[in-house]
Write a protein that binds this ligand. Structure first.
Ligand code: COA
Length: 178
C-alpha cells in the first residue's frame, strides 16, 4: 500500500451523496478507469441511478465515507446477486483521486467480499476491469481474484480500443488480508 491508511465506514447510499457522485463520475481521471461511464452524467441521471440501485433486491450497494469528516469517497457494491448459482458481480469506485493509494479500495473490497461470502452465502464473485487499470488489477489479484479471460478491444476510450479483463473469485480462494 502506497499511502497511510484512511479510516472509512460503509452505509447505504442516500440522496445527500448525489453531489459527491456527480463530481466523481464526471471527473476525467475517474471516468477513464470505469467501464460504461464515458458520457457526461447529469444530476438527474445520477438521481435516477441512485434510486434504481438503492431499491434493487439483487444488489447491495454501500457508500464509502471517511470517518474523520464523513466525506463521501465513492461506492462499492455487489450486483446481479443470483441465489441459484450463488454468484454476483462486483463494482467499486473511489471517486476522489486524493484518496487513491490510501488503502480505501482494499478495505472496501474486503468489506463487500466478506458480505458476499459470509452473509449472502455466495460462492462466486466476478468483475471486468480495463486492462490499463493497473491499480485495480493489483488490488483484485491481492484479494484472490483470478484472471479468467480477455474481452479483446471491448471498450473504446480516447480514440483507442482497450481490452477488458474478466476476473473471478470463488469463496475458498478469498484472501481476507485485513
Ligand atoms: C482501483 C481502486 C478501487 C483502488 O483503490 P485504492 O484505494 O486506490 O487502492 P489501495 O490503496 O487499496 O491499493 C491497492 C493496491 O494497488 C497498489 N497501487 C497503488 N497505486 C498503484 C498504481 N499506480 N499502479 C499499480 N498499483 C498501485 C497498492 O500498492 C496496493 O497494493 P499493495 O497493497 O500490494 O501495496 C481505486 O483507485 C478506484 O476506485 N479508482 C477509480 C475507479 C476504478 O478504477 N474502479 C475500478 C474499476 S474496475
Amino acid at each position: 500500500m502506497t499511502g497511510s491508511k484512511l479510516q472509512i465506514a460503509f452505509r447505504k447510499p442516500e440522496p445527500k451523496d448525489l453531489d459527491a457522485f456527480y463530481e466523481q463520475k464526471n471527473d476525467p481521471r475517474v471516468k477513464c478507469l470505469l467501464g460504461g461511464f464515458s458520457r457526461p452524467q447529469s444530476r438527474r441521471d445520477l438521481d435516477e441511478w441512485l434510486e434504481f440501485h438503492r431499491s434493487r433486491p439483487d444488489e447491495v450497494l454501500w457508500t464509502i465515507v471517511s470517518i474523520i469528516d464523513q466525506r463521501c469517497l465513492g461506492h462499492v457494491g455487489l450486483y446481479k446477486i443470483d441465489p441459484i448459482s450463488r454468484s454476483s458481480d462486483f463494482g467499486i469506485m473511489i471517486g476522489d483521486p486524493a484518496a487513491w493509494g490510501c488503502g480505501v479500495g482494499t478495505q472496501a473490497t474486503l468489506h463487500a467480499l466478506r458480505h458476499a461470502f459470509n452473509h449472502e452465502n455466495l460462492n462466486r464473485v466476478s468483475l471486468t476491469v480495463l486492462a490499463t487499470n493497473d491499480r485495480a488489477i493489483r488490488l483484485y489479484r491481492k484479494v484472490g481474484f483470478i484472471e479468467e479471460g480477455c474481452l479483446r478491444e471491448a471498450q473504446f476510450r480516447d480514440g483507442k480500443y482497450i481490452d477488458l479483463i474478466a476476473m473471478g473469485l470463488l469463496k475458498h480462494e478469498f484472501v481476507d488480508g485485513d
